[in-house]
Design a binder for this molecule. Structure first.
Ligand code: ZN
Length: 376
């Protein structure tokens, strides 16, 4: 029985057999180069078999083929006089997305590329579809706008079925060669918008140094791709993260939401100098800069949680000293997918505080180097 749901969804239960095709001068063929790269990835048990050639075939993401469309778009935005942005952290609900209007808003906002990651809706998870490849489909439809990113680790696929979710994650990394995994909610308070809606279920608390996250760090090392963590900034959470960064030195970790502290009382250690030390000690640690504007308040604490603005001079100094470790991010989600321009305005306000060439590096060059191992 097929583990696929007919539109690219995968139920995460069985290993995927796949035959690798690329389109080459209009013809579909197995690419020798691709085959070589891909076979290196595949465990022997998952090698293509005669019977698998009857199954639906998928073209994995291939940077060599994707590159020119990406570069053209960045250049086009630069020529228009705007600063191009690669957004490393955005997600969406595949049942509700309107890709035409999302890409139109990216065009208006000067977002060159968006690392797009599915938040698998609870409705589908409850029907047994723990994973969706919609982000790959979106990339195929708009190959100059999206960088397909693995599904985010969030509720309920990750919170209720973490092992199955990670099985699916690995199978899909092998099958589609996503260049990045999505955002794993490790410690996540309810978001401000969820509190407004009275949805308090999203109080996620996984052990950063437990077996599940060990598996995530291992996947990152094994396939040499980054993943994102949502990990609230609290004193008690710092040591477990340091233990993992020490134990998995090759894992590429993007800690999302620079200086977003929701309860200052719980956080006395985090500061520009602490992050500066960590970036020295852990060369594969990156920080994304999705945070709100100065006035934004986290309702439960009543505090302004985007602390960058309280101490922007020291943060800017740090970012300028290590610009390739900080990444522009919008943090668009399923409940705000129509607010790309507004969110980009906040991001550009932050980018505007950075001197050149730091501004340009954080806006898109750092993400490009991290994802594609190439300096623009
Ligand atoms: Zn987050």
């Amino acid at each position: 029985m097929s583990a696929f749901d007919g539109r690219g969804g995968y139920d995460g239960t069985t290993p995927v057999n796949t035959t690798v095709f690329v389109t080459f001068y209009g013809e579909k063929m197995i690419s020798p180069m691709h085959r070589r790269i891909f076979l290196k990835w595949l465990p022997t048990a998952a090698l293509p078999t005669a019977s698998s050639s009857m199954a639906q075939t998928y073209e994995p993401f291939d940077f060599v083929m994707a590159r020119s469309a990406f570069i053209d778009r960045i250049e086009k935005i630069r020529r228009s006089g705007a600063l191009p942005i690669i957004d490393v952290e955005s997600s969406y609900n595949p049942l509700e997305i309107n890709l035409d209007s999302l890409t139109a808003s990216m065009d208006r906002a000067g977002i060159a590329l968006m690392c797009l990651s599915v938040d698998q809706p609870g409705k589908l998870v409850n029907q047994g579809q723990i994973w969706s490849d919609h982000a790959i489909d979106a990339y195929r439809k708009y190959p100059s706008h999206f960088i397909p990113t693995g599904n985010g680790g969030n509720h309920p696929a990750w919170t209720k079925f973490p092992e199955r979710f990670l099985d699916a994650q690995e199978n899909k990394l092998l099958e589609h060669r996503y260049p990045m995994m999505g955002e794993f909610e490790v410690r996540h308070y309810p978001s401000p918008r969820q509190i407004q809606r009275g949805e308090l279920f999203r109080d996620v608390d996984f052990a950063m140094d437990g077996p599940l996250m060990e598996r995530v760090f291992s996947l990152s090392e094994k396939y040499s791709i980054p993943f994102q963590i949502h990990y609230e900034i609290e004193d008690r959470l710092l040591d477990p993260l340091e233990r993992m960064l020490t134990k998995f030195p090759k894992a590429k970790v993007i800690w999302c939401h620079l200086a977003q502290i929701r309860y200052q009382q719980r956080s006395s250690r985090y500061s520009p100098s602490m992050i500066g030390d960590w970036l020295e000690k852990y060369p594969n640690l990156y920080i994304d800069t999705a945070f709100a504007d100065f006035m934004s308040t986290y309702q439960p604490s009543g505090e302004r949680h985007a602390r960058f603005w309280n101490n922007s001079k020291d943060w800017v100094e740090l970012i300028s000293s290590k610009p390739y470790r900080f990444l522009a991010a919008l943090d668009i989600g399923g409940d705000r997918v129509n607010r790309v321009e507004e969110w980009t305005g906040t991001l550009r306000k932050f980018l505007g505080t950075l001197p050149q060439p730091t501004r340009e590096i954080v806006a898109y060059k750092a993400a490009w180097r991290l994802l594609f191992n190439e300096v623009l």
